[in-house]
Design a protein around this ligand. Structure first.
Ligand code: HEM
Length: 427
């Protein structure tokens, strides 16, 4: 039987089994418009009745409970990251992938299991320590301030386009070591990448356009690495080039640095932008929250953490089973793709008191899964936290009277990172 036919048959068989077993979540489609905006009541029901369930629309099993997600993340032998994220759109036949190109196989730190992962992570970690990242705090603040300067006299702004989206792009370019003209392309690279991952059935012409951009980004990064090898600077690209292991294993190759630079850009741009928009929206939606932070800047860090728990930017991420196994009482076949729902695990009533309340004074406020856990815990967490804190601090200092101009926000659909389309504010 051709591969595509047998795959379609397997999906139908699993869907029939879920229907027959009376799965209460049967028909949950994370891309459906109503589920995209408000999946929370359904996910609460899943955690109570069917915490691990099959989604035929995307051929994945959703994992919704905090404890199951933690069990899954801890066991990298059974729940592999290799090939866990994959492009759901095909590479067009006209596209020729040059050797050493990080796409479409995504050979980066997020996609490897130990021991390959361990070597890469060790070589990269020094570039991401809170201390190393924090020494650029004044430049991060200057970026946020310059953006506010651009709209402060208008009395009204769309925070998504005017503030949240540009901050991580400019900060990442500065910290990684890309010049501003490349930063202008980051959003396009990131959007293209997430479209290939999360928007099924893209038209052929769009695919060709996206691939042209991705191949261009590969070439661009390789030539930048070449320059830095000749003249290192105070940036992350140079840190990675100069990084040496203490156990004598080889340093990072140009291909590894390219693949991981792109991983940082796609992992750190949209996620941080969405977090910034969400955080300000959540604070303004109930203005007593905003006023609490304006009155007490010590709550800024808590606002970032509680946003990551309550409505973090990542709806769900992937793993793939390496053998038949059981998770949350459900038997999973070898090769099953899992969609572990960060967003649901962070609202689990078995883990958090009053989980549906946005609480700036929550105890153990950093104890959430917004940055994952264990082996693949987000390497960029110190940078994301810094950006979140500085961006909020500058807003509350310069525009303490900020308020929402429109109560409801529209969403841009995506399986992994649905994003607010706009957050219009006035002052
Ligand atoms: C609010 C912003 C961010 C959120 C919510 C976030 C979330 C996450 C999560 C949940 C994981 C775990 C993935 C898994 O286990 O499969 C992860 C991993 C990762 N993140 Fe982030 N991230 C953010 C910002 C960043 C930034 C700014 C960077 C880079 C500069 C970054 C780079 C990475 C990388 C490279 C990994 C893979 C680490 C590994 O596999 O060892 N992230 N992130």
């Amino acid at each position: 039987m051709p591969e595509e036919t047998s795959h379609a048959a397997a999906v139908q068989e699993r869907a029939a089994a879920a229907r027959q077993a009376g799965c209460p979540m049967f028909g949950f489609d994370p891309m459906a418009a109503d589920h995209e905006v408000d999946p929370w009541p359904l996910l609460a029901r899943a955690r109570a009745e069917q915490p691990v369930f099959y989604m035929p629309e995307v051929d994945m099993w959703a994992v919704t409970r905090n404890a199951d997600v933690r069990d899954m993340l801890r066991d990298t032998e059974t729940f592999s990251s290799a090939d866990a994220i994959h492009m759901i759109n095909p590479v067009p036949a006209e596209v020729t992938i040059p050797p050493g190109c990080p796409y479409p196989d995504l050979e980066n730190v997020a996609q490897f299991d130990p021991p390959v992962h361990t070597r890469l992570r060790k070589l990269m970690q020094p570039a991401f320590t809170p201390k190393r990242v924090r020494h650029r705090i004044d430049e991060v603040r200057a970026i946020a301030d310059a953006l506010i300067d651009d709209f402060v006299d208008k009395g009204r702004a769309d925070l998504v386009t005017d503030y949240s989206n540009p901050i991580p792009i400019q900060v990442m370019a500065m910290i990684l070591g890309f010049p501003p003209e490349a930063a202008a392309k980051f959003r396009y690279w990131t959007d293209s990448f997430f479209s290939l991952l999360g928007e099924p059935g893209l038209p052929h012409a769009k695919l060709l356009e996206i691939w042209e951009g991705l191949l261009d980004s590969d070439q661009y990064t390789k030539s930048l690495i070449h320059e830095r090898r000749a003249r290192p600077q105070d940036d992350m690209l140079s840190d990675l080039i100069l990084s040496v292991s203490d156990d004598g294993s080889p340093s990072l190759t140009d291909e590894e640095i390219t693949a991981n630079m792109h991983a940082f850009i796609v992992a750190g741009t949209d996620t941080t932008a969405i977090m910034l928009s969400q955080m300000v929206y959540l604070l303004l939606e109930d203005r007593s929250r905003w006023e609490a932070v304006v009155a007490d800047h010590a709550l800024i860090a808590n606002a970032v953490e509680e946003t990551l728990r309550y409505r973090g930017p990542i709806r769900g991420l992937n793993r793939k089973t390496t053998r038949d196994c059981v998770l949350g009482g459900v038997a999973l076949p070898k090769g099953a793709r899992l969609y572990w729902m960060v967003s649901s695990a962070n609202l689990d009533e078995a883990k958090y008191a009053d989980p549906d309340r946005f609480d700036l004074h929550r105890k153990h406020i950093t104890d959430h899964l917004g940055f994952g856990a264990w082996t693949h815990f987000c390497i960029g967490a110190p940078l994301a936290r810094l950006e979140g804190q500085v961006a909020l601090e500058q807003l509350i200092t310069r525009l303490p009277g900020l308020r929402l101009a429109e109560q409801d926000i529209a969403w841009v659909p995506n399986l992994l990172t649905p994003a607010p389309a706009s957050v219009v504010v006035e002052w």
